[in-house]
Structure formats: C-alpha cells, structure tokens
Design a protein around this ligand. Structure first.
Ligand SMILES: Cc1cn([C@H]2C[C@H](O)[C@@H](COP(=O)(O)OP(=O)(O)OP(=O)(O)O)O2)c(=O)[nH]c1=O
Length: 196
C-alpha cells in the first residue's frame, strides 16, 4: 500500500496541481533557508533546494512519501528567484521581456518509514519560455497587479502573466511549479502509483 503523500510546500500552485489529480495528500510547509551556492548549475540549485525542503518536512513524519520542489528562472546564466519587492520585479521583467529564458523546477521525493528515510529520488525539468516584448507601461501594469511578487522570475504563466508569454517549449506544468509527468515517473521509480 502507498504511504500517505505529504507536500512540503507552501505554494498554492503546487497544492492546486496535486489536488487536480484527485490525489489525497497533506501539506506541511518547509522552513528552509532558500539561499544557494552561486557556483552551482541551475539544475543543481533546484535539485538541492527541492531536497532540502523535502528533508526538512520528512524529519517530522513517521511514515510518508514527501514531495519537495523548487522553481527558478534562468536568463543569460543569471538565476532569478522570487523578487524581493516591486522594484526588483520590474528589473526582472525588463530583463526577461522580448527574449528567451529557461525555467527549472527540481523535485525531491523522500520515502519515510517509521521515522527513517529509506529511499530518496531527486530530479528536475527545464522548459524554454519566450516572453513578448513589453513596454514600461505594461510592466508597471503587471507589477501593480501584485501577481509577480511570490513567483520566480516575477511572473505567473498561469495567471495574468499568460498575456506576457509568446510561446514555450517543454512541460507547461514545470513552469507553473511542478511537472506532474516527472512526479509520476518518480513515483513509478519507487514502484508506487501517483494516481491510483
Ligand atoms: C515562472 C513561474 C513561477 N511560479 C511560482 C512557482 C513557485 O511557487 C514560485 C517559485 O518559488 P519556490 O521557492 O519554488 O516555491 P514557493 O516559495 O512558492 O513555495 P515552497 O518553497 O513552500 O514550495 O514561483 C508560478 O506560479 N508561475 C510561473 O510561471
């Protein structure tokens, strides 16, 4: 039998995505410091952060499958997380507009049995995203909507931010914050079924 699923995330997007599958799960937000080593590659950063989030919550579980995730935006090799404030959101969108960037989401799956971590998997996906050219007025309008503030790269493709995006190549849900296809594969790797 599959242990209960615990989502180690405060992200409403990840919660909604998992809920939309009809999968029963609990939510426990992790409290990890999200600073990262600047010498690491984007895939290392998201995998490490996802793992730290999952392990932080796994320590509090008796028997569970704990899911952690982390999303970043990468433009010209520069890693963009969530903007600190509206000024930084404007800076991020000014950098991203009119060109391509990459969205990386790391996923960590940690199996805990009677208080012991018995198996771990970590993975990531990358999606190419092309943002439309944006006028200063459009950027101000979007930042004023407050949508950018809790999102990597200062936009949400699933909301008003859809108006800013020209096209993508790769997994859409990876941009939203959790590739369900990748998660399904990770469950299969542990001989569990995500949707059952
Ligand atoms: C690029 C992009 C990011 N995002 C979101 C997904 C993530 O919630 C957020 C990146 O921050 P994360 O640190 O990955 O996640 P979080 O702080 O929201 O939640 P937690 O750490 O508790 O899991 O950006 C979108 O919702 N849409 C988008 O198009």
């Amino acid at each position: 039998m599959r242990p209960k699923i615990v989502l180690a995330s405060g992200s409403p997007r990840r919660r909604d995505l998992l809920a939309s599958l009809g999968v029963p799960f609990e939510v426990k937000s992790s409290q990890v410091d999200e600073t990262f080593d600047g010498t690491c590659s984007p895939s290392e950063v998201v995998e490490d952060l996802a793992h730290r989030k999952a392990m932080d919550v796994a320590r509090t579980c008796d028997t569970a499958l704990v899911i952690g995730a982390d999303t970043i935006v990468v433009c010209d090799g520069e890693i963009l997380g969530k903007p600190r404030d509206e000024t930084e959101a404007v800076q991020m969108l000014s950098k991203l507009q009119g060109r391509a960037h990459q969205v990386y989401t790391g996923i960590s799956l940690v199996e805990v049995l009677e208080g012991q971590v018995i198996r771990e998997r970590v993975s990531h996906r990358m999606t190419h995203v092309w943002m439309r050219p944006l006028s200063d007025e459009k950027i101000t309008w979007y930042v004023d909507s407050k949508e950018p503030l809790d999102k990597a790269g200062a936009y949400g493709i699933q909301g008003l931010g859809a108006c800013l995006i020209e096209k993508i190549e790769g997994c859409y849900l990876n941009v939203v914050g959790l590739s369900v296809a990748e998660l399904d594969q990770m469950f299969a790797d542990l001989n569990y079924s995500l949707v059952q």
